[in-house]
Design a protein around this ligand. Structure first.
Ligand code: SAH
Length: 192
């Protein structure tokens, strides 16, 4: 599936683009779980990255949708914040000069097929330093109805990250969207 498959969604305002950071991400930062250099994969228009930059973290974001990245850069400039944004495919990321201490994912993993989840995990392994942590926030199987992305189970998260990673916790959480809240899993997963 193409990395820019969500490009057209950004020609309007997509339901997930709430114009502020996700409260669950803010709580992670407030509780000291997000540390060091941070990359937001599938960062959209950058609210989580800009929130972390404002807190003094070295934060960057990548997304496959050029319009989202353009908007993120414009927000950073407008708010006088330093944050790096780049168009990139999360399934094919090149190895950075220095791997990240923390990677956050607010709504990316749940767009992938089974096969893409494996490619994504392997791509992620090159981005996170050993001992570093990946925070995964995805739609959970507790979310009723059909609306929105594919639901993810705890067992699926554990099976994708069974080898070379340690799942520290998986907690019930929530996404804020422009059409209400949705049940999420928030997982903390460290690279061994
Ligand atoms: N994290 C953002 C956006 C979540 S929506 C927020 O919380 O608002 C999922 C995002 O993942 C979209 O912006 C979409 O463009 C991006 N995306 C989907 N597949 C991708 C891929 N293969 N590589 C990079 N970004 C991708």
């Amino acid at each position: 599936m193409a990395a820019d498959r969500f490009e057209s969604a950004y020609h309007g305002t997509p339901p997930w683009d709430i114009g502020s950071p996700q409260p669950a991400i803010m709580r992670l930062a407030e509780t000291g779980q997000i540390t060091g250099s941070v990359l937001d994969v599938g960062c959209g228009t950058g609210e989580n990255v800009l929130y972390l930059a404002e807190r003094g973290l070295a934060a960057a974001g990548i997304d496959g949708a050029p319009t989202a990245i353009r908007q993120a850069r414009a927000k950073a400039k407008g708010r006088g914040l330093k944050a790096h944004f780049e168009v990139a495919d999360a399934l094919n990321l090149s190895t950075p000069d220095r791997p990240f201490d923390t990677v956050i994912d607010s709504g990316l993993f749940h767009v992938f097929s089974d096969e893409e989840r494996i490619r994504f995990r392997d791509s992620l392994g090159r981005l996170v330093r050993p001992g570093g942590t990946y925070f995964l926030m995805c739609f959970s199987d507790q979310q009723p109805g059909e609306w929105g992305p594919r639901r993810v189970t705890q067992a699926e998260i554990r099976s994708v990250f069974s080898d070379g990673w340690r799942v520290n916790y998986i907690q019930p959480s929530a996404f804020e969207t422009n059409v209400g809240q949705a049940h999420a899993w928030l997982a903390s997963i460290s690279r061994l």
